[in-house]
Ligand binder design. Structure first.
Ligand SMILES: C[S@@+](CC[C@H](N)C(=O)[O-])C[C@H]1O[C@@H](n2cnc3c(N)ncnc32)[C@H](O)[C@@H]1O
Length: 234
């Protein structure tokens, strides 16, 4: 079965929007794999990742970044040929508003591309990454930062159908990338260090349990990127 990169190789788009782009990592994937594009705009509600993003694409005048809320953009109706959101549905606090906005700004025959770490279906070395993410999510939540736990395949599909979108293609994508395996492995020990900072908190026991689960899963299976659920919709 073809993965996302192989599918992108046969695709070409005019105007592209990447919502919740942070440091433009998903744009890099688009640029490296699409067979062509005219312009890519990356938006994020925060400019935290923009320095890295702008450095990555310095000299490429087809790519730009703007601080903007994906739920309320100022783009004209029916502007984009492709609208993407990667690993961020669970960071957005009003998913119905986000999907409604995507439908407003994409062309009638425009494509929506969602890539999201699903809550279910993670196992072996991929589960190590998913558990590290669960821990980050709990820590963000207890720190007052909105970060919902990841959604299941079924929940993601429900958001999409409730918004009136039609799924054209969906599949699980498992990225093979040894460098990413290494960087995820480094986060295993960091998990315990992070949790230790919560020693005096009522949430410590729960956080510590997750950190121990991460360590155990890593010892048994190692670490690799979590499965991504990919959806092409209209
Ligand atoms: C996990 S990061 C994004 C990862 C990135 N898309 C990637 O694939 O590497 C989640 C991002 O969602 C952004 N975000 C949350 N709510 C948003 C909103 N309403 N509009 C735009 N960005 C939002 C956060 O600022 C954060 O940078």
């Amino acid at each position: 079965m073809k993965g996302l990169n192989e599918k992108l190789c046969n695709m070409k788009f005019g105007s592209i929007l990447d919502i919740a782009t942070r440091d433009g990592a998903f744009i890099k994937r688009l640029v490296n794999n699409l067979s062509g594009y005219d312009e890519i705009t990356g938006i994020d509600i925060s400019n935290e990742g923009f320095e890295k993003a702008e450095a990555e694409f310095a000299g490429n005048n087809k790519i730009r970044f703007q601080v903007m809320d994906g739920c309320h953009t100022n783009f004209p109706n029916k502007y984009f040929d492709l609208v993407c959101i990667s690993n961020s549905l669970h960071h957005v606090n009003d998913i119905p508003a986000l999907l409604k906005e995507i439908l407003r700004i994409k062309k009638d025959d425009g494509i929506i591309l969602i890539s999201e770490m699903p809550a279910d279906g993670q196992s072996g070395s991929s589960l190590t990454h998913a558990l590290i993410h669960n821990l980050d999510c709990l820590i963000d939540t207890y720190s007052g930062v909105y970060h919902h736990q990841t959604y299941s395949h079924k929940e993601i599909l429900e958001f999409i159908s409730d918004a009136g979108m039609r799924v054209e293609d969906d599949f699980d994508d498992l990225e093979v990338n040894l460098l990413k395996n290494e960087s995820i492995a480094k986060r295993v020990d960091k998990a315990l260090i992070k949790v230790n900072k919560w020693k005096d908190s009522e949430n410590y026991e729960e956080l510590h349990k997750v950190a121990m689960k991460i360590k155990e899963n890593y010892n048994n299976y190692g670490a690799s990127p979590a499965i991504q659920y990919i959806i092409f919709a209209k």
